[in-house]
Design a protein around this ligand. Sequence first.
Ligand code: NAD
Ligand code: MG
Length: 398
Amino acid sequence: MERVCLLGATGSIGSSSLEVLRHNRERYRLVSACAGCNYQKLFEIIKEFNLEAAALYDEEAARQLRALVKEAGLKCEVLSGQEGVCALAGAPHDFTIAAIVGAAGLKPALAALNSGARVGLANKEALVMTGQLFFATAKARQAQVLPIDSEHSAIFQCLTERCQQELGRCDLKAAGVNKILLTGSGGPFRTLPLEELAHVKAAQALCHPTWSMGPKITIDSATMMNKGLEFIEARFLFNARAEDIEIVIHPQSVVHSMVSYQDGAVLAQLGRPDMKTPIARALAYPTRINAAVEPLDFTKLGQLTFFHPDFQRYPCLKLAIEASSAGQGQCVQLNAANECAVQAFLAGRIGYKRISDLCAQVLDKGVPHDFDAHSLEDIFALDAAARRQAQAYLQELA
Ligand code: NAD
Ligand code: MG
């Protein structure tokens, strides 16, 4: 039995992970889980999986959860606060699914790596913020990282076994790779007349044409900041140069990404747009398990189409590609600014086009000369500064 820990259990990836675990109870036992503040949902998970430990970031919600656990006579330890979440993540497990959203997931993900667990990484922001430090931590602890983001899972599956074993430092050239083709749906505004973009509301942006996901990543998919963060994520995961990766818009989300080789062969991974597949791939690697996903019916697929992205429509994508080459500091700033902008957009405080404006403004502030990409302290200081700058800009707009 493998002992599994689920970080971000009450979210979209959390729910899909629980589904995969339900279908594979003979092999995996979920022993611990954490979330932000949804204590009712976490309580249901504690009961269903008979968890040994749980954690909530929010102290008040944790108090409520402790009361419920006690009342039900369950033996689940309930931790709280960021310390509690990190303690839970850092306890010994065979496999940890890192699915907290945003920068909040970074410390817990690092704690999981430090414990030496195999880590299934959905929380792309953690990698965007730390890149080399993330893999240096994994290497020092001999912790294996397995991508859960669907595109990166697809690329992983299309790469050689050697590359799979050497994530973070693999040699794409030696593996005969010509290019990584990173696909993205283009989101709900792919064909909207450009002049109408300024007026789109959060509710429209939250209607993703092919994927059902948490609110932050759904907005990121509309702006294609998600693809930008994934570009950065792919560079770190596959030790790729910017010119090794090409972004291709593929509205049907059937091809989850591809690897083109020097001999002219292109390998693609296809499947339904269902995160249970990449979760199962990470969990069971190198074997395969039942993920309770319907196979594709090719006779019903219709057309698969592919386009170049238009940076005028997706300025966030351009900012992210530029940040990935500018350096780790710019990636930290971009991520922080984007989190603030998305939150403000979801709250109705700013218009859609201000998301990219705000990110550009924060990036314009520049990164301190003595910023050290290998120092977690520097990374968090820069993250905090970027958030302050973003908030100041939001005040100006108000
Ligand atoms: P979500 O908003 O649905 O869920 C986020 C989870 O994180 C929730 O359980 C929430 O309680 C928890 N959380 C938030 N703040 C926390 C904190 N401070 N401490 C502890 N837990 C906290 O988000 P999601 O869509 O499931 O996405 C999770 C991550 O996976 C994101 O980084 C996203 O980019 C990535 N991802 C998601 C999908 C998808 O299909 N949803 C696909 C690829 C990658
Ligand atoms: Mg993705």
